[in-house]
Design a protein around this ligand. Sequence first.
Ligand SMILES: [Zn+2]
Length: 516
Amino acid sequence: MRANWHEFVTMMVQNNFDVERTSNSCSVSLGEEESVYPASFHVVENCGVFLARVRGAKKLIEVAQADSVLFTAIEAEQTTTVAGKTVKIALLSSKNAELLRKHLPFMKPVAFGRNSFSLGLGDRLGLASPGHLRCLAGSGIRPVLAQQSIRELTLTERTYGDVLDAASWAVLQEGFHDGFGADGDHLKRSEDIKMALDLGFSMITLDCSEKIDGNVANLSEAERCERYQSLPDVFRTKMEAAYLDKTFSVGKSSVHFAADALQEILLTYGETLAFIAEIDAKFIKPHHQPVDFELSIDETATPTTPAAHYFMASEMEKAGIVLCSLAPRFCGEFQKAIDYIGDLASFEAEFAIHAAIADHFGYRLSVHSGSDKFSVFPIVGQYTKGRVHVKTAGTNWLEALRVICRKEPDFFRELCRFALARFDDATKFYHVTTDLTKVPDVKSLADNELERMLNEPDARQLLHITYGYILTDKDAAGKRLYRDRLYQLWNRYEEEYAKVLITHIGKHVSLLKKKI
Ligand SMILES: [Zn+2]
């Protein structure tokens, strides 16, 4: 049967707070005005807690079984009595999330280490995680539910606290006890790393791009030699002794350091070494719980060569820095929200070596901007044997728009027109090669053709990179143009949103596992 929160409390009391019996007597129903999330029911510290919709809004319901410190501490909007028990109806606030995380450890993020198969899911809206969790259930793939860069936080006007809370509430809602990750993605500054770790984030992706010199490849040989000679003698001598003209075997392949390649690597990546060591010593090693430490060298203009990858890995190992994963920049293009652009055979050849290097040093490869890279997923799975991390690029946002497109076509058309007007501004933040002339004219599309805007590459990119403006732009009176209406609709159509995510992420999962 379906129950509202009131009926659920009555059942709970009748069943003497027995979780299984109570949850099993109520069916899951999302998105209705009055309904309960039965999997969220837990008994802790002498109280029963669960999530429910009360007049359409998601609330935390808390029922006192006996005297309880937790019950008293939860801040409530309303306190009432049902079936002889005191009941609090509370907001899904940050303070309440923090309190519950103390008592229900599965609501806290955990590190996954060097051997798992994980997927970064980056929920930009704070609404996608229930669908993501259902999609990954039973797949053997572990979810990094919270995954945001500072750029994404700024564009959506959210904080890491908001991002973490949304993930915690989602695991409670789904009753997911297997552990989720939280990734401070592409962090460059000490203060951001500290903030993420202080909040309880379990993964740090250190972005070294500001310490990488991307211009070295453009230097003439004479210029390169001159710059190389100006490096400190001690550094040069040490590196030459370790790498010059040497060949290292990795799996079935090998990596060789010719003089010019070594010069280029040292000039390009030399400055990253001290930076990574400092972050590791200051934040990662002393942290009171395990952290998945990922190194990202992917935000560069040219692909990471196998030699450069080997060099970074080897220097990390020598410095005693334990990487959980490393993200090289692969050949071809990993643009947001569309399939891989490039030659698959070259990708496969290079990926095989990168995977062998990662195996050799014991960490996992990390593939960034992984949304919709369907043509390379079987290769990624095959060569890593599922010991890999793949970050999706926030395309759960496009799936959220798919719900709007199906339910409110005229509103969706308006959003498309707005996105077009804001496209140029958005290209400041994202590298895309979108051809706007290929974007269909929404006026000419019938309702049942409108999803072309979400299925064709150019239209997808248009809507993908303009999310910040759609969510935060204001009218002349300072009121948000679209945000409130969008959230109302997504809230109402929670079930539909979960379904489209299961289809979308499910396709990623099956292709990643295809050749394992
Ligand atoms: Zn990246």
